[in-house]
Design a binder for this molecule. Structure first.
Ligand code: F6R
Length: 365
């Protein structure tokens, strides 16, 4: 059942062109520049009545939510809050009027997420799910939702569910946006870019050999810093989480500009620093942040966009993903980070598919 792969994590990373196609199938409306989301069960009138969105999740699903905030704020013009489900459920119960709450969960069985969505509903929110496991508790508890159709995820470290969650949240942003103020033309631009993503992930997976080589240089480090800004900040968090989970190295994700407010003290000549820096509106700011690291040592790997300016002056190593709509870059930039974590874990002799102390779904508080 591993179909030639050494581990489920590796198989699932390489399945992403296919899992993403499955998430998008039948949902992209090219002419209308819209997303068909029949399972959402929201009328156009309801969609126009929302004045905020709240996204709830844990772990990798919380990282998807953080990226999703950018999607929904940009496409639908609605303010979005993102909360850890475990924190939200014990917060002061303020009313949630005109609020769309979105529970994100691969397994659909995460206890904190399930309880948080119940709390959101009791406070007056309309609650929908972004779930992979069909018929799971969270899917049943939701008013409606979007199934990922990514197929079963076996590796404990979430990989293909993350990219499919991002795709589902993009579809949601598009769907809400087109019923609010997003124009057909703007919608079409996003639809076209989304349709091209599966092939671009295929392209990105060709970086595997290069990342296996880069992993050799990082495999003995016991710490790593992951940096990004804007949509790439949650990608940095996700890259750090993947490394921690499967290789047991300590890693932190930071918004690149926050480094100078403390963590830069950690930088020495041996510290691996992985920077997620696609060519977007904030790229030049990220480059200045990287220069600050450079001046203090640090082994810098930059994940950027093909055809971007020469980064050899600031980076020790560089890998490039295909160019896409700037909002969509996380679906590509996360792939090298998944591969890097995988190869480092294998080199360190870790049990990649069953990391110590972890379970695939967390059904206890
Ligand atoms: C990380 C990972 C966990 C899950 C988290 C939420 O690789 O797998 O952080 O993302 O436990 O799980 P779901 O999405 O099933 O609610």
């Amino acid at each position: 059942e591993l179909g030639g792969y050494a581990h489920f994590m590796q198989k699932e990373i390489f399945e992403q062109p296919e899992s993403l196609r499955n998430t998008l199938r039948g949902r992209l409306m090219r002419d209308e520049g819209d997303a068909r989301l029949n399972g959402l069960q929201l009328t156009d009138e309801e969609i126009r009545s929302f004045d905020r969105v709240l996204i709830l999740g844990c772990g990798t699903s919380w990282h998807s939510a953080l990226v999703g905030r950018h999607f929904i704020e940009t496409l639908a013009g609605l303010p979005v809050d993102v909360e850890y489900a475990s924190e939200f459920r014990y917060q002061r119960p303020l009313p949630l009027k005109n609020t769309l709450a979105v529970a994100v969960s691969q397994s659909g069985e995460t206890a904190d997420t399930l309880e948080a969505m119940k709390a959101a509903r009791e406070r007056g929110a309309r609650v929908v799910g972004v779930v992979n496991a069909v018929g799971s508790s969270i899917a049943r508890e939701a008013h409606g939702g979007i199934y990922l159709h990514a197929g079963p995820e076996v590796g404990v470290a979430s990989t293909k569910a993350f990219t499919s969650q991002l795709a589902a949240l993009l579809l949601l942003g598009l769907h809400l946006g087109r019923r609010r103020s997003l124009t057909v033309e703007q919608g079409r631009e996003v639809v076209e870019a989304m349709a091209a993503l599966p092939a671009m992930i295929e392209q990105t997976l060709k970086l595997d050999d290069e990342l296996a080589r880069i992993a050799l240089t990082f495999s003995e480090a016991s710490n790593a810093l992951y940096l990004g800004r804007g949509v790439s900040f949650p990608v940095a968090l996700e890259g750090a989480l993947k490394l921690k989970e499967v290789s047991y190295a300590h890693a932190e994700g930071y918004p690149a500009a926050e480094l100078k407010h403390g963590p830069i003290a950690l930088i020495d000549d041996d510290m691996p620093v992985i920077v997620v820096a696609p060519a977007d509106h904030i790229f030049s700011k990220v480059v200045s942040n990287v220069q600050e690291v450079r001046a203090r040592g640090g082994q810098i790997l930059v994940i950027t966009t093909e055809g971007n300016r020469d980064l050899s002056a600031v980076a020790d190593r560089e890998v490039a993903v295909p160019a896409t709509h700037e909002l969509l870059s996380p679906l590509l930039t996360v792939v090298p980070l998944q591969l890097l974590a995988y190869h480092i874990a294998v080199l360190r002799g870790c049990d990649v598919d069953r990391p110590r102390n972890l379970a695939k779904s967390v059904t206890v508080e």
